[in-house]
Design a protein around this ligand. Sequence first.
Ligand code: AMP
Length: 515
Amino acid sequence: MKKLSVPAVGIDLGTTFSVVAKLDDEGRPQTLINAEGERLTPSVVLFDQDAVVVGREALKALAIEAENCAECSKRDVGHRVFHKVLEGKQYPPEVIEALILNKLRIDAATQVGPFSKAVVTVPAYFDEVRRKATQDAGYMAGLEVMDIINEPTAAAVAFGFQQGYLNREGSSIEPQHVLVYDLGGGTFDLTCMEIRGTEFIALATDGDVRLGGYDWDQRLVDLVAEQFIRKHGADPREDPRSSGKLWRECEDAKRTLSTRPKATVICEHRGLIAHVEVTREQFEESTQDLLDRTRFTTVQTLKAAGLQWSEIDRVLLVGGSTRMPMVRKMLEELTGKPPDASVAADEAVAHGAALHAGLLLAKEQGLPRLFRIRNVNSHSLGVVGIDPLTKRRRNGILIPRNTRLPVTAKRTFKTSKANQRSVLVQIVEGESPSADECTPIGRCSLPKLPSGLSAQTPVDVWFHYKPNGRLKVRVLVPGTDRKVETEIVRENSLPKEHLDGWRQYISGVPPTEYR
Ligand code: AMP
């Protein structure tokens, strides 16, 4: 492989752990080690007076000063503020994500040299608002996010690389259908892909942005807390410190239960202590409904892809939570074949992102591309209309979910009165016919229409979904030369000045404070 002039870096910004990978001189993905010498960086931020600590130390602090720690911020991305007030301050979740990315960037730079270009991964099921927020987090962390790529797709690319598809002979390999089942710490993603040699084509995608290992931990916490209450009459979940410690203990016990039939959790609260034994059977029983949700989605996705189980060549396991035996058992029962755990569950996504970064950099430098990715949208895109009968706000779907990207759709609006100078379009994502049950992406005002238009003049609005699931809107008044690319006024997004302010703040935090 011809050498790239800048490093190809891929970042898996996970709910519970994050991973950074680069391509080596031979074009092979390699996980980078963080300042603590570890491959996985806990996605936890500790606000310790003026210092900001990210990673292992922050995770440890979760057990003793949970009130100052931000964990699972990825789950809140897309909301205005993080669910916890930290040292009396409210932070947008993407700022917390940016602090994590900044630590990852600084640590990676010690190995690859200073860099800014990177590819960041997102759950396939992330909507447009969350995708934008992730790109913004990258910007605030001093990165130039070349692209965002879906996590299951990245894992499939890493798999393709590992299987030797991404070479010249790769294109002659028989097409394969791969179902990527990605259960991480906080999100669940499922994508059905066709790998045609060097082409990675997403056929259908589904998931849940608020379902992951964290929910399994929570069930274990509840199980142990109930035993504690029975013994001591006090609830350890009520105190943030006892509950933070219990959470860590339970996460640990959950990992033990993946390899052993039972585990003991030590629970301490108000000077009282209980040793609670949990069997794998109890754990599986108390989390069965969570697993069933993933099972249901798996069946739905296969249907959406128009495939039968007999046509699926492999079920690829990605994400740390797929180590739970209950996941593997369920998938084997469902598909009739043992799932494939050949990619490194925790690192495959970052590896795929690094391969994608390498592809983009090669393209920039006029080098041949090794592979190609085709994506689908994970949520339907619609515009809000008012039902003339019920006067309710309806979601008029323009681009149904699982449509191959890039895609462009047109909707014609009519001016309601003569000489109308603007039209307001409200854009939503979601499947519900009721606009109020969908995610508002933003409003798009179509200003400066030419003067003198008569009432009922058609105004064409073009929605263009880019391959990475980001949206652009263009407006055209037929018969005139009026063509505008309009900015979407976002409901839940930081304005540019705030992004710049945070970028400056984050760049000013000395790297030592990230240790
Ligand atoms: P990821 O986001 O892919 O890094 O996955 C992290 C999630 O995987 C966390 O919820 C971990 O608790 C979970 N996890 C990691 N290893 C294991 C294991 N051996 N058994 C069960 N869950 C695990």
